[in-house]
Design a protein around this ligand. Structure first.
Ligand code: CA
Ligand code: CA
Ligand code: CA
Ligand code: CA
Length: 230
């Protein structure tokens, strides 16, 4: 049984055997959705694993960390909730780990080691989170080449953590890319609800609009009424 919980105070970034195994995965080992091949069993899969959410101001789950505080995966959403999943070693942010990510690290290598106190320190490139960017971090990216991206719109590795909580804290439905809120179903591709507003004109004249079409400063956590948070 998987467990999801709020972050607790853990030791910051100790070595983690699970993460090491991820770096050693074969190129075909994960993230092949959309390519016509089912994902292979994940080397990090543990039936009793505990993962923690990192959330933003809209309660969107933007990252998962494991019980040793290691980053497992990240998700970036556009304003309407369309997701781009990212592996920890995806420095370019396009979802995969490939030569472009390696090139980003290569461009930094002339300045190795780059200490956390340096103005050129890049936290994303400090793969092992030990406070500097150096050859160890570069080797981690090289070892992960090439890892395919999850299909656009997916929010979590189905082999684990298989996190179902995404944009605005809604429950993600991986089969059709929609989100379930308490009262309605949200389509991120359309930026609107599937069902009419249960309270009808009380939250505006357009009964299918989400958060008054102002997702940058408003939220509708229940699919019922809009709250401004700025
Ligand atoms: Ca990439
Ligand atoms: Ca790429
Ligand atoms: Ca480092
Ligand atoms: Ca180091």
């Amino acid at each position: 049984m998987r467990h999801f919980a709020l972050p607790s105070r853990q030791s910051p970034f100790p070595q983690n055997k699970c993460r090491r195994r991820r770096l050693e995965a074969k190129p075909s080992g994960r993230g092949l959705q959309g390519a016509g091949q089912p994902p292979a069993p994940h080397p990090c899969r543990r039936s009793d694993a505990t993962f923690f959410h990192i959330t933003d101001v809209q309660f969107s789950s933007v990252a998962m960390i494991d019980d040793a505080a290691n980053l497992v995966e990240r998700v970036v959403y556009d304003a309407y909730g369309r997701a781009r999943h990212q592996w920890p070693l995806d420095l370019g942010g396009d979802g995969d780990v490939d030569s472009a990510d390696d090139a980003i690290m290569d461009a930094l290598s002339g300045s190795f080691p780059i200490a956390i106190t340096s103005g050129s320190y890049n936290a994303d490139a400090d793969i092992d989170r030990d406070g500097d960017v150096d050859a160890d971090d570069a080797q981690a990216v090289t070892d992960a080449l090439t890892t395919a991206a999850l299909a656009f719109g997916q929010i979590s590795d189905p082999a684990g953590p298989d996190n179902p909580i995404g944009y605005d804290g809604y429950v993600f439905n991986a089969t059709d890319g929609t989100y379930t809120a308490r009262f309605r179903t949200y389509f991120p591709e359309l930026g609107r609800w599937r069902e009419r507003d249960p309270i009808e004109p009380a939250d505006g004249s357009n009964w299918y609009l989400c958060a008054h079409d102002k997702p940058i400063d408003s939220i509708d956590s229940l699919g019922l009424f809009t709250l401004r948070f700025i």
